[in-house]
Design a protein around this ligand. Structure first.
Ligand code: SF4
Length: 263
């Protein structure tokens, strides 16, 4: 099967710096069609992209991993995307309930090693189970979030899912995010107005104090070594030496043989 590497995407990524999120979403749909999905944890960035998908009327499946210990507000936000935006939301689940996992392995999230196992089991594995069903995943990582995300490419390969990630909001600023949300009255997870700058499982996420870094509320009990769950590959590893395998016609479309389209 033909291979696609991160370096193959270099000039396309440079070119795409000028594209708007709407243009990137349309490009992704044009390239991948029904083999495109959008992965979201129901944070504000996710509901903004959901609104854009609705606005563009793109038939994109929205993927949500229900770890079994999400906040009720997060589940209600997902349900609003279904009822109000009429989006096709597909909820993925881990194999074990949290109760079953705890009976079997104890409370994993209390140590850095356990957190890595718990996040892998409850977030990464449910997604990996559907590897092969999609060639493209829209993501909502933004460089403005800082840390490793400060260098998020617009297009990045995802070796585990053998797919291309399209980070449509990579260069969307905080101001642009707020302006879009306000202008379009986007559905927003109510936890954001309760001091949660980012949102994960209820066991491992707290609000942040004024002046704290935005991700200070994630795994606060573990310290700064546990900053990401691993569901987004660019958060946890460099993809320079990796490749994905896609049909030649898909790679040709991605690399621009047919991508000179304008809105
Ligand atoms: S965020 Fe916490 S509870 Fe959720 S999967 Fe990771 S370690 Fe487990």
């Amino acid at each position: 099967m033909p291979r696609l590497t991160q370096s193959d995407l270099k000039s396309l990524n440079q070119n795409f710096e000028e594209r708007t999120p709407f243009e990137l979403l349309q490009w992704a749909h044009q390239i991948f069609g029904e083999r495109l999905a959008f992965l979201t944890a129901m944070q504000k960035t996710g509901t903004v992209i959901s609104h854009m998908i609705k606005h563009l009327n793109l038939p994109v499946t929205v993927l949500f991993v229900d770890t079994g210990v999400n906040f009720q507000e997060t589940l209600e936000t997902r349900d609003r995307l279904i009822s109000e935006y009429k989006l096709n939301v597909r909820t993925l689940h881990p194999e074990l309930t949290m109760r079953e996992q705890t009976e079997k392995h104890g409370i994993l999230y209390l140590t850095p090693e356990g957190q890595a196992t718990c996040c892998h089991t409850r977030k990464v594995e449910p997604l990996r189970k559907i590897a092969g069903e999609y060639d493209g995943f829209i993501g909502s990582l933004r460089r403005a979030e800082g840390g490793r995300r400060g260098k998020t490419p617009i297009l990045s390969i995802d070796k585990e899912m053998n797919a291309l990630r399209v980070n449509a909001l990579a260069n969307f600023s905080d101001e642009e995010l707020e302006a879009y949300t306000e202008e379009h009255n986007v559905i927003v997870n109510p936890l954001h107005s309760q001091g949660f700058t980012t949102i994960g499982c209820n066991r491992c996420t707290t609000p942040v104090m004024p002046g704290e870094p935005p991700r200070a509320g994630r795994w606060r009990h573990l310290g700064p070594w546990s900053m990401y769950c691993g569901i987004n590959p660019t958060d946890v590893s460099d993809t320079d030496q990796e490749y994905i395998e896609l049909p030649q016609d898909v790679i040709d479309r991605v690399l621009g043989i047919e991508n000179d389209f304008m809105i």
